[in-house]
Design a protein around this ligand. Sequence first.
Ligand code: NAD
Length: 500
Amino acid sequence: MSYKDILSAAGLSASDLSGGTLTVQTPVDGSEIAQLAVHDVSTANAMIEKSHAAFLVWRSVPAPRRGEFVRLLGEELRRQKQALGALVTLECGKILQEGLGEVQEMIDICDFAVGLSRQLYGLTIASERPGHSMRETWHPMGVCGVITAFNFPVAPWCWNAALALVCGDPVIWKPSEKTPLTALAVQKICESVRAEFGEDAPEGLTQVLIGERDLGEALTAHKNVALISATGSVPMGRAVAADMSKRLGRTILELGGNNAMIVAPSADLEMALRAIVFSAVGTAGQRCTTLRRLIVHEDVYDALVPRLVTAYRGLPIGDPLEDGTLVGPLIDAQALAAMDAALETARGEGGTVHGGGQALRATHANAAYAHPAIVEMPEQSEIMHHETFAPILYVVRYRELDEAIALQNAVPQGLSSCIFSTDIRETEYFLSAAGSDCGIANVNIGPSGAEIGGAFGGEKDTGGGRESGSDAWKAYMRRQANTVNYSRELPLAQGIRFDI
Ligand code: NAD
C-alpha cells in the first residue's frame, strides 16, 4: 500500500493534508506526508467556548444514552481498525501489529465505557440525624482537555474520551504536533458518529486543535476547561501542573517512566527473555512503559545476559509496515542523537555497550533507525535515573532482594515495574507496601502492554494520574454530597443547639 493509499483509507483527503504550515513527516523514511493548517490561539479559545456550550447540553443527556454515542464510536473503530492502525504506523513508526493494537485498545475502552454508562455509582450513607438521608452523587465535570504525546497518537485520547463522554464531558484534544494525522482521522469518525447519533449530541462534543504547545497552553489557561488530562514528558507535566494550579483546575498527569524488571534466582529465564525483548525493544523503546533497567540476580546473570545480547543481534529492524519487522524507526533525528548521547554518557560511567548506533543508513538516510542497545553497568549510575526515549536497556547485578527493590525505587519516575520469580515470598513482598513504589507492578510479565481494565498511571515524576479502567472515571466527574431532611424537625449535626 502506498502512503497515499494509507492516508485516503483513513479518510484523509488531499485538501485535509495540504495548504498549511505544520509539516508532517513519516518516520518510516523521513518523507513529507502533509502540510497541515494550524489553529491559532484565538480560534482555540472560540473552540473551547463551543465545547463549553456543548457541555451545557451534554450534561443533561442521560448517561446510558451518552454511552450509546461511545458504543457507536467503538463500532466505527472496529470497522476502521485496519485503516487507522496503518495510519498510526505511518505517522509514528511503530510496527503495524502495534498500530493495530493501539486501535484495539480504543475499541476495548469504548466497550468498558459503554458498560460504565449504566453504572457511575454513587453511595448512600448513614445519617446521624433522625428523618435524614445522605448520599453521594456524581455529576458531569465540564470540558475535558486532552493533550497527547507522539508515541501513542490515539489510544490515550480514547482512554480519556470514552470515559469523559459517558461521564457527560465534551472533549477537546491537542495531539502531538508530530502525530496530528490520526487525530484528524479520529475526529472525522467522531463527526460521522455524531451525525448517526442524532440531535442530542451537540456540535463541539469532540474537537481537535492542530498545532504546537501554545494550543496546549491555551487549554490550561482557559477557565472553561474543567479538567486537563496530559500525556507526555515530565517537563511538560510540570508546566501544565503549574498553569492549572494558578486557577486550581483539575489535572490527570501521565508522564515519563523509567521502568525496571527484577530477575530473581528462581525466575523462568525463557519467559523472562521473551518479556525483556518485547518490553525493551517494542515501539523501538518509545513507550512510557518501556523496560529501561534490568536488575538481575548475580546467580542467573551469566545465564541470561549473554543470551539477551545474542537475541538483540538477530532483531529484524526495518520498515514498520512490513511483516516480520520488530523494530521500526525512532520518531526523528533528535531522538537518535539523544540515544547516542546517552550511550556515550553510559560508557563514561563505566558501561559496556552492546549494539547501538544508526541502522539502515544506506536505504533510509532520512530516517532514524537505531540498533537497540544493551548496556552492562557496574552500578546504577546517574544516566540510569533518566528516561532516554530510545531502545536502551541498562543491566545491573544484585545480591539481596531488598537491594534490588531499593534500586528499582531509586529513580525519580514511578510508572511501571515487574519481577520475574517463582518464589511466592519474593513476589508478594515485591507487591507489598515495602515493595515496588510504582503505579503498575507485575509478576512474571514485563512492565509494558497493559490491559485497559486496570487504572493506568504512576507515581512521583510520572505525575500521579490514573486513567482507563477501574474507577478512573471518577476523575471526570464532580462528586456531590447530599443530605435530605424528610422529617418535620431541624436537628443539627454534632448535637449543636442553635435556638431562635
Ligand atoms: P512532550 O512532552 O514533548 O509533548 C506531549 C504533548 O504536550 C504535545 O502535544 C505537546 O505539544 C504538549 N505540550 C508541550 N508542552 C506543553 C505545555 N507547556 N503546555 C501544554 N501542552 C504542552 O512529549 P512527547 O515527546 O510527545 O512524548 C514522550 C513522553 O511522553 C515520554 O516522556 C513518555 O514517557 C511520555 N508518555 C507518557 C505516557 C503515560 O501514560 N505515562 C504515555 C505516553 C507517553
